[in-house]
Design a protein around this ligand. Structure first.
Ligand code: SF4
Length: 459
């Protein structure tokens, strides 16, 4: 298993990693596919078909907008979030798309961007296909892509090849938590140290370190941004941002309230997820919908946990992120981090588990305690459904991240109070999560056809 910290934590824009970040990447990749086959310059029309969950909740998740931005050459980690609205207006008004800013074609949003509500592509619930036509209406190329969660995108060929992945000889391989613990014990390494050795086999240490610190900086900036923004979130649900008022209140009140730390953790998660819902710059952690949990717990560590003399805050951030990466990789490989596949247990549940592990590591927990914390973090999220009202990543998503963050801290504390021995292993809970997701009715898997999405239709 060689999923990198930079696979799971990607700087991008909201509101969704699978429905916004992934489709933007797929759209751009399709154009480079056209270039490779020397048909890009002959393209006069592009038709996009969205299927399954991408169609059902695509409007609320701004999937269409993300695809149009991707076709104009934008990339999630570089796009300026505050330019998206104007670019979209320009496309609609001019009825033109500037492919990779190199070739202008006509574009009619209603005809060329199709939401296929009744159809699902066989390989994955988040499927989309792109078709390029020439001036005579002849198909030049057609290709399907799958947004498999956390901003990961696979083409139809890559979906097939996934099962034939070659082993990475330079890394410490582990495909289960048990193997991870055994490798660590055998090598006398902490989980973070083992993951770092894997990262070091791909790039110089300084690059990994700086990259992780950049990710933390993007998370922290997102918290700051969210703490200072106000007003209603877009999309028509009239959800008011709460972070700014809570921030002001916390700054004004004394810390006599024993639970004020919990308010701060709630604030950090609210701030990130309100930014995400507004289409701001966020980091997938491991997804956009769950983007607030890990930054909230890491911010709690950075700001409030008494410094341990043996570890600097910078090293603590690295340890936290590398440990969380190992746990996220286990979920991604052995279950899923896509709500369209397993519900919200795969997003907020996984984020909670990763954060619990990361915090336990920086608090000095043993590898067994870290595994225990990750297990507790998921055990109590089993069965969590995905039912966003109006397809927007707002209700229940924003508050749910506060729950995930507080739960992660509690899971970490429970694990640290123990000695690492426990009944349910992380591997068992991951497998249970996978089975629960597989048994879960489709309407609870990012379709907005069940749960709160149908019981709270007006807000
Ligand atoms: S309910 Fe959970 S998985 Fe679904 S959109 Fe909201 S945060 Fe994401």
């Amino acid at each position: 298993m060689t999923i990198s910290v930079f696979d799971l934590f990607k700087i991008g824009i909201g509101p969704s990693s699978s429905h916004t970040v992934g489709p933007m990447i797929a759209a751009r990749r399709f154009l480079y596919h056209l270039k490779r086959h020397a048909v890009f310059l002959h393209t006069e029309k592009v038709v996009i078909d969205l299927y399954g969950s991408l169609a059902l909740t695509g409007k609320g998740h701004a999937t269409g907008t993300a695809i149009l931005m991707g076709l104009q050459g934008e990339q999630p980690h570089l796009i300026k979030a505050n330019t998206v609205s104007d670019s979209l207006k320009q496309i609609i008004k001019s009825q033109k798309l500037d492919l990779l800013l190199e070739k202008e074609i006509s574009f009619n949003r209603k005809q060329h961007l199709r939401f296929n509500y009744q159809s699902v592509l066989p390989e994955h619930p988040n499927g989309m296909s792109f078709t390029a036509y020439d001036a005579y209406g002849i198909v030049l190329k057609q290709r399907s892509y799958y947004s498999i969660g956390g901003g990961f995108v696979l083409s139809e060929d890559e979906m097939t090849l996934q099962a034939e992945k070659t082993e990475d000889k330079t890394s410490f391989q582990f495909s289960s938590a048990q193997e991870l613990l055994s490798q660590c014990e055998y090598q006398h390494l902490s989980i973070a140290e083992l993951v770092l050795k894997n990262e070091n086999s791909h790039r110089p240490y300084q690059d990994t370190k700086q990259g992780i610190l950049n990710i933390w900086q993007a998370m922290d900036e997102c918290i700051q941004q969210g703490c200072h923004a106000e007003g209603l979130l877009p999309g028509g649900l009239n959800v008011e941002r709460r972070a700014k008022k809570l921030h002001q209140r916390l700054n004004q009140t004394s810390s006599e309230d024993n639970l004020s730390l919990m308010d701060w953790v709630n604030l950090f998660a609210l701030a990130v997820n309100e930014e995400n819902a507004a289409g701001g710059r966020v980091v997938t952690a491991p997804t956009n919908g769950a983007a607030g949990v890990i930054p909230a717990v890491l911010a709690y560590y950075v700001r409030f946990v008494n410094p341990n003399q043996e570890i600097t805050k910078e090293d603590g951030i690295l340890t936290f992120m590398l440990t969380a990466t190992a746990i996220g990789a286990l979920f991604k490989e052995n279950a899923s981090i896509s709500a369209a596949e397993v519900g919200c247990q795969g997003e907020v549940g996984v984020a909670c588990s990763m954060a619990a592990a990361g915090l336990t590591a920086v608090l000095g927990g043993s590898n067994q305690q870290i595994e225990n914390a990750a297990e507790i973090g998921m055990e109590h999220n089993l069965g969590l459904t995905c039912d966003p009202i109006k397809g927007l990543v707002q209700i229940p998503c924003i508050e749910r991240n506060t729950m995930g963050a507080v739960q992660a801290i509690n899971a970490s504390r429970l694990a640290i109070l123990g000695d690492g021995h426990h009944k349910v292993s992380l591997d068992q809970v991951i497998e249970t999560m996978r089975q629960t997701g597989s048994d879960m009715q489709e309407k609870y898997k990012e379709t907005s056809q069940g749960g709160l999405a149908v019981n709270v239709v007006e807000c």
